[in-house]
Design a protein around this ligand. Structure first.
Ligand code: PEP
Ligand code: MG
Length: 290
């Protein structure tokens, strides 16, 4: 591992044929960042903001969120930082916010669905993000998008919030707005989504395509990232991105497991976001590809 790090961590990821592959990191807990040199990656491909919401003391206010987002941007030193809006529900319940008693929370009010149902909570996060957008290279990403209308409703709300901040005399901007591709309906209809960038959430996409839960041991063999239907959807989304010139990355755990990287690169994907501890290994696997 130390040898891998010495050889690969310091340089950009590239296939054997010399094709660059953007290699971002996933951030679940910003406390891990000070130990990571931002120069070892191309930026942050996914920040799970649930860390702000799952602690004691209720929902985080605008100031606390802004401080956390600004710290991430400062750490990255101009590299892009992708911050995902709250993805509560499913495997990430938040007491007092996610609904109790849903028969199947993975198919219920979660992710962007919940944010749109709770504009009082969502607006606070969008205000903090709009303020952070003037502090660095920010990309905002929406989880669990199913229909284009959800993306458009969010963009409209975001623009309203930016206008409000401007009227208050607070520095703010509209960041690039992208979406996770983790619901099969969205993957199949990808050309209908006017997102600035796309990131495939394979953890959820695999479970929704195979109808095998991501945390369900009894059907673990069916929960297969290499299932042909999964790879076909990834291939289509990657191809769409190339066609319209918008970035497509993949930030699910699949990208962090070197055994899946060749299949991912075979789909045409040329951007991944991995767990920081897997960065060197991923770069090594990419270098061996082709
Ligand atoms: C995913 O679904 O692949 C993903 C990256 O998001 P999460 O694991 O937080 O649902
Ligand atoms: Mg997900």
């Amino acid at each position: 591992e130390a040898k891998l790090q010495a050889v690969y961590l310091g340089k950009p990821a590239m296939t054997r044929a010399g094709e660059p592959v953007l290699t971002y990191i996933n951030v679940d807990d910003p406390h891990a960042l000070p130990a990571i040199d931002p120069a070892t990656c191309d930026g942050v491909g996914l920040t799970r903001t649930e860390f702000l919401f799952s602690g004691e003391g209720g929902l985080p206010g605008e100031g606390r969120q802004f401080g956390a987002y600004k710290a991430l941007l400062q750490w990255a030193k101009g590299r892009p930082v992708t911050i995902r809006t709250l993805d509560a529900g499913g495997d990430k319940p938040i007491p007092g916010l996610t609904p109790d008693g849903e028969l199947n929370p993975f198919l219920g009010l979660r992710g962007l669905r919940l944010s749109l149902a709770r504009p009082d909570v969502f607006r606070v996060q969008l205000r903090a993000l709009a303020r952070a957008a003037v502090e660095g290279n920010l990309k905002v990403m929406l989880p669990m998008v199913t229909r284009p209308q959800e993306l458009e409703a969010t963009r409209a709300l975001f623009e309203t919030v930016v206008a409000e901040l401007a009227a208050e005399g607070t520095a703010a901007a509209m960041p690039r707005l992208g979406m996770m591709v983790e619901v099969p309906a969205a993957a199949l209809n990808i050309a209908a989504f006017d997102a600035d960038f796309f990131s495939i959430g394979s953890n959820d996409l695999v479970q929704y395509v195979t109808a095998a839960g991501r945390d369900c041991d009894s059907v673990r063999d069916l929960y297969d990232p290499l299932e042909p239907g999964v790879l076909e959807l990834i291939r289509r989304v990657a191809q769409h991105g190339r066609l319209v010139g918008r970035e497509v990355s993949l930030c699910g755990d699949m990208a962090s497991d070197p055994k899946y990287l060749p299949a991912l690169l075979d789909t045409g994907l040329r951007a991944v976001s991995v767990a920081p501890a897997r960065l060197a290994r991923a770069k090594a696997q990419i270098a061996a590809y082709g």
